[in-house]
Design a protein around this ligand. Structure first.
Ligand code: SF4
Ligand code: SF4
Length: 340
């Protein structure tokens, strides 16, 4: 464990930037997001950015391969894997948790995704953890342990950070800025995250529960919630043929389960037509399906979907409400005082 004075944070970041490409939270045109930086003074740690760092792990539009029809058949040219190392700096615990979710989905669940794997190998994650939380955050309710996903953690300890290497990558990165770090025996305060609601309660709500209609009636199908969500990994595959009719390229693009296009199949049939069914699907996907598929709730509690939704649909709040209700019912039945 090492200590880094807060007054030397910019110098620390500058040292990393001298050797690597660095993406960090910045505010540009009034919007906070993770972007590649060329000047560390741009760093903005004032709150959770509206956009997570997901695009550096899973780009919104990604070339998979080019193709060309030749006399011998179809020639495929796979997209070149990234060559440059990238440091993603300043990720909050919920966003680091999201990396655990996307890693699980792309690398362990089903077939290993070679495009994600190639990018992920080049990324070093640097977390900045603090016990402070904002009004839309639910991470404390979701039992995030904050242990997985980060290579290096800067724990906010008041006037200084405690710098903890979690992996060999993190150790190597910290070594590049060793002159700014002092060894210490101090330990970070553990962030306590008790799970205080029943995370699976939404799965018990029937398809015609009024909650789904309440959420669906307000939904505009805009897809903002899935765009800002750090764990939404749905995608579509799009072919872009060239005008010569003999070549083209195949791309992977983000998709949103809150739009009717998401379940449009050949012949134009849409099998999840109404917003209520889509709200139910998204909520269950986060709180039930991925738990069963790969053992993780795929909501980190970052609160972005509720914060950015124009009509305040707040599916996650609804799942939490349902879980608290169920917990309270259990406590009442056991004769204990229910939670607020
Ligand atoms: S829930 Fe809100 S953000 Fe998501 S698609 Fe519906 S209106 Fe848009
Ligand atoms: S569902 Fe909402 S609260 Fe959960 S991770 Fe996605 S954006 Fe964050």
């Amino acid at each position: 464990m090492h200590s880094l004075k807060k007054t030397r944070l910019m110098e620390f970041l500058g040292t990393l930037r001298a050797r690597h490409a660095v993406a960090a939270p910045v505010k540009r045109n009034g919007v906070r997001s993770f972007e590649l930086i060329s000047d560390e003074t741009e760093l903005d740690l004032s709150g959770l950015p509206e956009y997570s760092a997901k695009k550096f792990f899973f780009p919104p539009r990604e070339l998979l391969y080019g193709y060309k029809v030749t006399a011998k058949g179809v020639e495929i040219t796979p997209a070149a894997p990234p060559e440059e190392e990238l440091v993603v700096f300043g990720m909050r615990p919920c966003d680091v948790k999201a990396v655990e979710v996307t890693d699980r989905f792309f690398l362990e669940y089903g077939a290993r995704d070679p495009y994600y794997a190639a990018r992920r190998k080049k990324i070093t994650v640097v977390g900045i953890y603090s016990a402070k939380k904002g009004e839309h955050f639910y991470c404390d309710m979701l039992g995030n342990t904050f242990a997985e996903g980060a290579d290096l953690i800067l724990w906010d300890a008041g006037k200084h950070f405690l710098v903890e290497s979690k992996t060999a990558k993190g150790e190597k990165l910290a070594a590049t800025a060793r002159r700014l770090l002092e060894p210490t025996k101090e330990k970070p305060e553990p962030i306590d995250c008790p799970v205080n609601f029943d995370r699976g309660a939404v799965r018990e709500l029937p398809e015609d529960d009024p909650l789904w209609k309440e959420l669906g009636d307000k939904c505009l199908d805009c897809g903002a919630c899935t765009t800002v969500c750090p764990t939404c990994t749905c995608f579509d595959i799009v072919d872009e043929p060239a005008l010569d009719g003999k070549s083209g390229a195949r791309y992977r693009v983000w998709a949103s389960c809150t739009t009717d296009d998401f379940t449009r199949v050949a012949g134009g049939y849409v099998f999840r037509k109404d917003e209520a069914a889509r709200a139910r699907f998204r909520t269950l996907h986060k709180f039930d399906y991925t738990t069963r598929q790969y053992g993780l709730i795929s909501c980190t509690g970052c609160g972005r979907c509720s914060r950015e939704c124009l009509t305040k649909v707040a599916m996650v709040d609804a799942a939490i409400r349902a879980g608290i209700r169920k917990n309270n019912a259990k406590k009442n039945a056991a004769g204990k005082k229910p939670a607020d």
